[in-house]
Design a protein around this ligand. Sequence first.
Ligand SMILES: C[S@@+](CC[C@H](N)C(=O)[O-])C[C@H]1O[C@@H](n2cnc3c(N)ncnc32)[C@H](O)[C@@H]1O
Length: 197
Amino acid sequence: MSFKVKDHYFKKAKKENFLARSVYKLEEIDQKYKILNKKNNVVDFGYHPGSWVQYTAEKVGPEGLVVGIDIKPVSNKLSPLKNVRLYEKSIFDVSVLEDLEMESLFDVVLSDMAPNTTGIKSVDQDRSLNLIEEVFHILPKFLRPGGNFAIKVFDSNQAQVFLKENKNIFEEFHLLKPKSTRSISKEFFAIGKRYKA
Ligand SMILES: C[S@@+](CC[C@H](N)C(=O)[O-])C[C@H]1O[C@@H](n2cnc3c(N)ncnc32)[C@H](O)[C@@H]1O
């Protein structure tokens, strides 16, 4: 089953000129919870290779902006997109808007970040939670009141507890395992709407 799913979304992404199959996760999140709108300024943490950037750039349109950061070198495949700015940076080196040459808060914060995995479950869960905690930590400096949010989470007891403790910073909070996620995968997405700040 998981291979069929992989095959289907992998081929679909290729055919539709998306840089990764992950685009269908964001598409499902956005279709269900309407987190992206025209003219939005959006930051995408862990954007590489860039399918979320491709989808988001189209959604926000020419008057919107997508800012992507990733520890990987900047991808020139996205350079034709005029409403996109990319940085080779770690989330741990970003703490204020000026680090991303921004003057105002973002309308939407996205994170599909995934750590380098070791295969040791507890280590991988800790690394993933570390990234999630950092995103929540810097959120007040990046997301405007009323803004929307989506973040990838590797499931663990600690991650569940952390999300429960922090979900109240949004007026609406949802958990979703998109259909395109491989069935064996432990990942899901947390979606926050209308940030209370
Ligand atoms: C699953 S990929 C993202 C796929 C992307 N959403 C897309 O649609 O193409 C996860 C990314 O998180 C990045 N990442 C991991 N740790 C990071 C960190 N500390 N800061 C920024 N990006 C990080 C990885 O380099 C990797 O490119």
